[in-house]
Write a protein that binds this ligand. Structure first.
Ligand code: SAM
Length: 263
């Protein structure tokens, strides 16, 4: 391929046909699915998605890829490639042009903006039932980190609040061109049938963010402006007190703390 890869756009294209096929198969896409892909690259994954999906709505920031993409998607009539920065799009409006039973995101993400992309999807008010994304291994490990581990943070809680998260596969750096200097994993996030019983989401998310604000500080110090008596009452039920750090608290405990603050 005659193309100058741009590091600033996180351009590491997948060349391993097995991995590409596996992502498309394990995503369980069918003709009733609208698939959103962020980062088309040379359309290697887009092609596999088109074969299975009802329609593929894809985004690519780099207009220099226009011809390559057009060549590689020749004959495919169920795809629209939007050449724009995904982070600047109104996703709800883009998606409103299509009418499919299910909406999935399937993508090999540009790693430099993994978190903003995922936050945008989750906050978009679009009912994305499933997200299957290739991400840097360390970042993926954080998505479903166990409580108490050093990877466990506010993003873990944010994602697990909405989605059930599992790892689909490990992917070696050698499966890409050019090879990045990190390994990758493919993660699947499936929207929960039953949501957590949170009385006030704004209070819940603020509490989680503030609790993790300074990683080395305990709750007493991170939550100075809160009603600490109410928080302590919940912690005591779990044999903890305000000297605990946020990484020791499960989502259920955060839910209970935030509900007690919402009363
Ligand atoms: N899907 C292709 C593949 O698997 O080979 C390419 C994946 S590559 C890791 C990420 C792609 O995202 C690149 O083509 C890059 O140009 C594109 N990209 C980077 N930032 C973007 C943004 N803000 N909006 C849309 N696409 C972006």
């Amino acid at each position: 391929m005659n193309f100058n890869f741009k590091k600033k756009f996180g351009q590491n294209f997948l060349k391993d046909q097995n991995i590409l096929n596996n992502i498309a198969i394990k995503s369980e896409i069918d003709k009733e699915t609208l698939v959103i892909e962020i980062g088309v690259g040379a359309a290697a994954l887009t092609n596999k998605l088109c074969e299975r999906a009802g329609f593929v709505l894809a985004y690519e920031i780099d207009k220099e890829l226009t011809e390559i993409i057009a060549d590689n998607l020749k004959g495919k009539d169920n795809v629209n490639v939007v050449f724009d920065d995904f982070l600047n799009r109104d996703l709800k409006e883009d998606v409103s042009k299509y009418n499919y039973k299910k909406i999935y995101v399937v993508a090999n993400l540009p790693y430099y903006i993994t978190t903003p992309i995922i936050e945008k999807i989750v906050n978009s008010n679009v009912n994305v039932e499933r997200i299957v994304v290739m991400v840097q291994k360390e970042v993926g490990d954080r998505f479903n980190a166990k409580v108490g581990s050093k990877e466990y943070n506010s993003l873990t809680i944010f994602l697990n609040y909405y989605y059930e998260i599992s790892k689909l596969m490990d992917v070696s750096r050698n499966c890409f061109i050019p090879a990045p200097n990190v390994d990758s994993i493919v993660v699947m996030m499936q929207k929960r049938d039953k949501q957590y019983d949170v009385k006030n989401e704004e209070i819940f998310f603020k509490l989680v963010r503030d609790s993790f604000k300074f990683k080395r500080k305990n709750l007493r110090n991170n939550l100075k402006d809160y009603d600490l008596d109410k928080i302590l009452k919940v912690l005591n039920k779990y044999n903890m007190d305000l000297s605990v750090r946020a990484e020791k608290l499960t989502i259920d405990i955060f839910v209970e703390m935030s509900n007690s603050l919402s009363e």
